[in-house]
Design a protein around this ligand. Structure first.
Ligand SMILES: *Cc1c(COP(=O)(O)O)cnc(C)c1O
Length: 276
């Protein structure tokens, strides 16, 4: 029996979109963002198909562990880091990389004896989003504390997130970029660009990109489609029509009469709802 609806995932389209990202920013490396079940596309299958990525990022520890259990060997960055001693230990055991965005996470690192050091870790810096990150004035001190800690191997990267990257040429993007660039007196990698910035703000590319949306073939801009940008949609959602209704002018459709027929019309009812 065929059940509906069906979400079909086109892995070749996914690979095409990653290739486009690499063409747009040939000197940067790519952290493919596959949080939230790869934006609903299936994080394990997506990670396997995006083998060409230089690293992956997820929001939560549980997602990273699922990827490791599926045999994914890439660097995996936990965008929200960890909150307990047990979690930091697990992250080290499974070679996961952490983003540090709050003092409590630095203290946790300093208070926990790790068997293996953490590598490819990042410091999230507040540059205008006001969601996660250290104040710019604390960055030098925190970097020193992290880099003199034996539980950290290698350099710490500097990460921040645009609040308005979908608004092309917005002054606030330049300001956020200037803030993170001002931190780097030496050789810290920078990761700033999400999809919108990859597409519209080349100066933000730096060493590490963090595309999400565009990997899945979604345009981050109101006034441009995925096709305009050369992206291929990855998900196709299909279902069946289970009923056809003939409406007269003025008939209201749905809860609260959400929509009113402006003339006599034929309406198809598609099988998709809460259960899906
Ligand atoms: C979700 C997320 C991204 C990806 O952003 P897109 O707009 O989907 O490209 C990048 N960085 C961080 C920190 C994120 O949370």
């Amino acid at each position: 029996m065929k059940t509906y609806p069906v979400a079909s995932i086109d892995l070749a389209a996914l690979q095409h979109n990653l290739k486009l990202i690499k063409q747009l920013a040939p000197n940067s490396q790519v952290i493919s963002v596959i949080k939230a079940n790869a934006y609903g596309h299936g994080h394990i299958e997506v990670a396997q198909a995006l083998d060409n990525s230089d690293a992956f990022a997820v929001a939560r520890l549980s997602e990273a562990l699922e990827l490791r259990q599926a045999g994914i060997k890439h660097k995996i960055v936990l965008l929200e880091g960890v909150t307990t001693a047990e979690e930091i230990q697990t992250a080290a055991d499974y070679d996961l990389s952490l983003v540090f965005h709050h003092q409590t996470q630095i203290k946790l690192l300093e208070q926990t004896k790790l068997v293996k050091p953490l590598s490819f870790c990042w410091l999230m810096i507040e540059t205008g989003m006001h969601r996660l990150g250290f104040d710019i004035s604390d960055v030098d001190e925190i970097l020193t504390r992290l880099e003199t800690n034996e539980a950290i191997a290698g350099k710490i990267g500097l990460m921040s997130h645009f609040a308005n990257a979908d608004l092309v040429d917005d002054q606030r993007n330049q300001q956020q970029m200037a803030m993170i660039l001002a931190v780097t007196e030496d050789d810290h990698s920078i990761s700033m660009a999400n999809s919108a910035a990859i597409l519209s703000f080349p100066a933000s590319h730096q060493q590490w990109l963090r595309p999400g949306l565009m990997l899945y073939g979604v345009s981050p801009f109101d006034d441009k489609t995925a096709t305009d940008l050369g992206l291929k949609p990855v998900m196709q959602l299909t279902s069946v029509i289970t009923s056809i209704q003939q409406l007269s002018k003025g008939d209201q459709v749905g809860y609260g009469g959400d929509w009113t027929a402006s003339e006599s019309k034929t309406v198809g009812i598609v099988s998709i709802g809460y259960g899906d």
